[in-house]
Design a protein around this ligand. Structure first.
Ligand code: NDP
Length: 376
C-alpha cells in the first residue's frame, strides 16, 4: 500500500519546488532523484534534509584562497522536541572571520551569522515562517534549539530588507554605535577620523557621527567609495591609495587635529593618524584589517610620546560586550534612524551560497562598498 500512495508533499518540499521554478538554487534538497525512487523509499526519506556547509579545509596563511575552503554536504537528523530547522536566506562574511578562523580545527564549518527562516518547528516560540538571526555559520540549513536565535524586531517593516539585520541594523551597525558613542564617547562639535569608511562599520560610524553634530573625515580605497562618502555627508573624504601623503591629507582635512579616531585598519595607517590626535583624544581600536593577512612581522606601534603627552585613551573592544537592554536600545535607534532616512545603507550582495569564499576574499581585498552579504 505504501508503495502505491504518494505522500502528500510537505510545505518544505513544495517550497523547494516553487523555488526551483523561480530559479533559486535547489541543491540543498534531495529532490532531483525523487521521481526515480521507489515510493516506499520516498516516504521513508520524505523529510531528509541536506545541509551544504563551507568548511575550513586548511588554515589561512596570508590572504585566503579557494584552496582554504571545502564545500561539504551532510544529512540533518529529524528534529527533536524544542528544535527548529533553519533555512539560510542571507549570510554575512566579515573581516573578523579571517582572524577567528585561527580558533577552528581544519574541517570545521566557517563561523558567522545568517538571516534564516524557520522551515520546520518543534518549538512553539519559533513557529514555521519565523525570521531569525542565527549564528549557524556558513551553512544552508541547520538545526537549533532556539537558545541562540534572535527574532527580527516586531516593528521591522516589510519594505526593509531583512539582510540589514546582519549589517546596519545588526552586528556592524552595533559596532559603529558602541565604538563611537561608548568607546570614543563622541560629543557634538568634535572631529572624528574613520578609515575603511565606506565599508559596513565605517559607513555607519560616519553617519552616526554626523547625526551627533561632529565633523567627519573618512578614508576609503577607491574614488567610487569617496564619492559615496561625500553623498553620505562626510565633511572630508579621500582615497588613501592615491593621495600623495596621508599625513598631509589628514593635516589639511583638520589642521587642529582629531578628537576621535575610529580605527578599522591599524598598522601604518594608525601610526600616521595618532600623532595628529588632539589632547585627551580617544581612539577606538575596532579592527586592524591592514594586518590580518600579513605573514611578515607587524609594524611597530604608534610613538609612545604622542600617547603620553597628548594624554590619549586607546581602547580595543568587541561588539558582543554590550548585551541586554543596552543592545536592544541600540538596535531600536539604528532601525529608527534607517527608517527616518537619517542613516543610509548600501549592501554588496553576492548571489549564491556556492560563492561565499569568493565574497569573503573579495571583501578582504576591498571589492565591497557597504555591507558584504551573500544571498543563499
Ligand atoms: P568592511 O565592510 O569595511 O570591509 C573591509 C574593508 O577594509 C574593505 O572594503 C577595504 O576597504 C578595507 N581594507 C582592506 N584591506 C585594507 C588595508 N590594507 N588598508 C586599509 N583598508 C583596507 O568591513 P567591516 O565594516 O565589516 O569591518 C571593518 C573593521 O571593523 C574590520 O577591521 C573588522 O575586523 C572590524 N570589526 C570589529 C568588530 C568588533 O567588535 N571589534 C565588529 C565588526 C567589525 P577600502 O577599499 O577602503 O580599502
Amino acid at each position: 500500500m505504501s508503495g502505491s500512495v504518494p505522500p502528500s508533499p510537505s510545505t518544505f518540499l513544495e517550497k523547494s519546488e516553487t523555488y526551483w521554478r523561480e530559479g533559486h538554487d535547489l541543491s540543498a534538497f534531495r529532490v532531483l532523484s525523487i521521481a526515480a525512487q521507489p515510493r516506499r523509499r520516498l516516504a521513508k526519506n520524505f523529510r531528509m534534509v541536506y545541509a551544504k556547509s563551507w568548511t575550513l579545509k586548511k588554515h589561512f596563511e596570508g590572504s585566503p584562497t579557494h584552496g582554504n575552503f571545502e564545500l561539504k554536504t551532510v544529512e540533518l537528523p529529524p528534529l527533536n522536541n524544542g528544535e527548529v530547522l533553519l533555512e539560510a536566506l542571507f549570510l554575512t562574511v566579515d573581516p573578523y572571520m579571517r582572524v577567528a578562523a585561527k580558533r577552528l580545527k581544519e574541517g570545521d564549518t566557517m563561523m558567522g551569522q545568517q538571516v534564516a527562516r524557520v522551515v520546520e518547528s518543534k518549538n512553539s516560540a519559533f513557529p514555521t515562517g519565523t525570521m531569525v538571526v542565527a549564528s549557524s555559520g556558513w551553512t544552508t540549513h541547520s538545526i537549533s534549539d532556539g537558545k541562540d536565535l534572535e527574532k527580527l524586531p516586531a516593528e521591522w517593516p516589510d519594505t526593509l530588507p531583512v539582510s540589514l539585520a546582519l549589517g546596519t541594523v545588526g552586528m556592524t551597525g552595533l559596532t559603529a554605535y558602541f565604538g563611537l558613542l561608548d568607546i570614543c564617547g563622541v560629543k557634538g562639535g568634535e572631529t572624528v577620523m574613520v578609515n575603511a569608511a565606506a565599508g559596513a562599520v565605517g559607513s555607519a560610524v560616519g553617519q552616526i557621527a554626523k547625526l551627533k553634530g561632529c565633523k567627519v573625515v573618512g578614508a576609503a580605497g577607491s574614488d567610487e567609495k569617496v564619492a559615496y562618502l561625500k553623498k553620505l555627508g562626510y565633511d572630508v573624504a579621500f582615497n588613501y591609495k592615491t593621495v600623495e601623503s596621508l599625513e598631509e591629507t589628514l593635516k589639511k582635512a583638520s589642521p587642529d587635529g582629531y578628537d576621535c579616531y575610529f580605527d578599522n585598519v591599524g598598522g601604518e595607517f594608525s601610526n600616521i593618524v595618532i600623532p595628529q590626535m588632539k589632547k585627551f583624544g580617544r581612539i577606538a581600536i575596532c579592527g586592524a584589517i591592514s594586518v590580518y593577512n600579513t605573514t611578515r612581522p607587524l609594524p611597530p606601534g604608534p610613538p609612545p610620546e604622542n600617547i603620553i603627552y597628548q594624554q590619549l585613551r586607546m581602547e580595543g573592544f568587541i561588539v558582543t560586550r554590550w548585551q541586554g537592554d543596552v543592545r536592544q536600545k541600540a538596535l531600536k535607534d539604528l532601525l529608527t534612524w534607517v527608517l527616518e532616512g537619517k542613516i543610509q545603507y548600501r549592501e554588496y550582495i553576492t548571489e549564491g551560497f556556492e560563492n561565499m569564499p569568493a565574497a569573503f576574499m573579495g571583501m578582504l581585498k576591498g571589492e565591497n562598498l557597504g555591507k558584504t552579504i551573500v544571498k543563499a
